[in-house]
Design a protein around this ligand. Structure first.
Ligand code: NDP
Ligand code: 2IT
Length: 451
């Protein structure tokens, strides 16, 4: 980076941090993008004059609200709700809703920022947003989750709509929660529209939306592997998480011939050296989606596995790692362990699971490494396909959706190659994804004037 560009990055980041104090995840997400796009911005001075990057890093709107509800004992509970509407340059705001005790404004803003670039990469017309609450669904009854969702939507409904802002699921928000949120939206607004995605198949949902993030991740990883003449066949794969993304990533990797040896949750991980198979996957789906149990139970059910409480999977030797749990779950020491254990491909299913120090290790060792905004975009892309089907009042077959998902992941991969291929032939997918996403969003903002 030349001196002028470095000065631009330093000035940009110090202003951003001063304007947004106490938001480390947001700073982290913005810094990565700014470092990659700064040479492009300084080469096109009109982008500097129009303050395009400053505008992209300033949410168009942030909504924060009280969510009061009553638990099963009759005790009043208060949570905080959020919707960060980051950027609508290329389409209505679009992005998931997260229910997790850790949710705060920094996490919401980093996710909405990442979503803006991810959605641009999907080739579909969707702007970027994220929402959620510090509500912790763990241990709550169905009735409590329903009352919470109804209260949350009672406020959120006035800010969303099928042409305005279309939420979906994320951590802690799956089919059950989308159902309760949709029911309350429909009741209050008296309209049956595609305002939420991830809906049930009987009421406007798309085939393959539940599978889409994990499947799309594997389709993307297949393309990365193919650049080195490799595939999933007979590879040892580490998966973290045991939720929606992790389950379908594991299922697809197994179907492509891989040996998936780990899954995790926030309490620890299981290592099954024999690898997951259909029976074990079915057990995990039932354990996590129906019984809402803990991954530790897997080791009691299958003696080939061992449970490691309080640990992450990254020290287990592998060929491929698919982090599918949460942000910053791979730190520098974890990245070093992955490299030492033989890992040559890391494809992110979660949003920002690797810290900047971990990413530096991956890039420095020339691993195949893809950021979540590229490799997990299949989920929101299929949400976009759900929106299309809702608008047309039609339903595509699973084959039709799968074909479009594969094409979109392949287009995203091509965009990463176009903007991320270095002089020595190494593909920097981070740079490729950030520049490709930026060019699309920035171009639309220039066209639309100072708004
Ligand atoms: P789920 O709620 O279905 O699953 C989340 C999994 O990650 C659970 O196993 C959970 O364990 C674990 N987890 C959550 N928080 C932490 C934490 N702080 N430390 C360790 N483990 C944790 O969520 P999803 O599968 O939908 O989301 C996983 C990741 O993928 C997130 O980063 C999300 O933003 C991203 N993503 C999701 C998409 C989607 O369509 N759902 C699309 C694109 C990205 P526990 O049960 O203990 O909480
Ligand atoms: O992070 C993500 O891309 C999601 N949680 C999915 C968003 C969506 O609108 O489907």
């Amino acid at each position: 980076m030349d001196k002028f560009t470095q000065k631009y990055v330093d000035g940009f980041m110090s202003d951003l941090i001063a304007r947004n104090p106490g938001e480390p995840e947001f700073h982290q997400a913005v810094r990565e993008v700014v470092e990659n796009v700064a040479p492009y911005i300084t080469a096109y001075p009109h982008l500097m004059d129009l303050k395009i990057m400053e505008r992209i890093a300033e949410p168009e709107r942030v909504i924060m609200f009280r969510v009061p509800w009553m638990d099963d004992r009759g005790v009043v509970q208060i949570n905080r709700g959020y919707r960060v509407q980051m950027n609508s340059a290329i389409g209505p705001y679009k992005g998931g809703i997260r229910f997790h005790a850790s949710v705060n404004l920094s996490i919401m803003k980093f996710l909405a920022f990442e979503q803006t670039f991810k959605n641009a990469l999907t080739t579909l017309p969707m702007g970027g947003a994220k929402g959620g609450s510090d509500f912790n669904p763990r241990g709550k009854s169905d009735a409590e989750v329903m009352r919470f969702c109804q209260s949350f939507m009672t406020e959120l409904q006035r800010h969303i709509g099928q042409d305005t802002d279309v939420p979906a699921g994320d951590i802690g928000v799956g089919g059950r929660e989308i159902g309760y949120l949709f029911g309350q939206y429909k009741r209050l607004r008296d309209e049956f529209t595609g305002t939420l995605t991830g809906k049930g198949l009987a009421w406007g949902g798309s085939l393959l939306r539940p599978e889409a993030t994990g499947y799309g991740l594997c389709y993307f990883a297949e393309q990365m592997l193919a650049t080195r003449g490799e595939s999933f066949k007979d590879k040892t794969v580490l998966v973290s998480g045991a939720g929606n993304v992790a389950q379908y990533a594991a299922k697809k990797a197994v179907s492509l011939g891989a040996k998936v040896v780990t899954m995790s949750d926030s309490d620890g991980f299981i290592h099954d050296p024999e690898g997951l198979n259909e029976e074990k996957l079915a057990y995990i789906f039932e354990l996590k989606n129906i019984r809402r149990g803990r991954i530790s139970e897997y080791a009691s059910r299958f003696p080939s596995a061992k449970y490691y409480p309080g640990e992450r999977p990254w020290r287990i030797p592998c060929d491929i790692a698919l982090p599918c749990a949460t942000q910053n779950e791979i730190e520098k020491a974890d990245a070093e362990k992955l490299v030492a254990g033989g890992c040559f491909c890391v494809a992110e299913g979660a949003n920002m699971p690797s810290t900047p120090e971990a990413i530096a290790i991956f890039l420095g060792n020339k691993l195949l490494y893809s950021p979540g905004k590229a490799s997990n975009a299949g989920g929101v892309a299929t949400s976009g396909l759900e929106m299309s089907q809702n608008s047309m009042r039609r339903k595509w077959t699973a084959e039709e959706v799968d074909e479009q998902l594969r094409r979109i992941m392949s287009d995203i991969h091509a965009a990463c190659l176009k903007y991320g291929t270095c002089e020595d032939g190494y593909v920097n997918y981070v740079k490729g994804a950030n520049i490709a996403g930026f060019i699309k969003v920035a171009g639309a903002m220039v066209d639309q004037g100072l708004v």
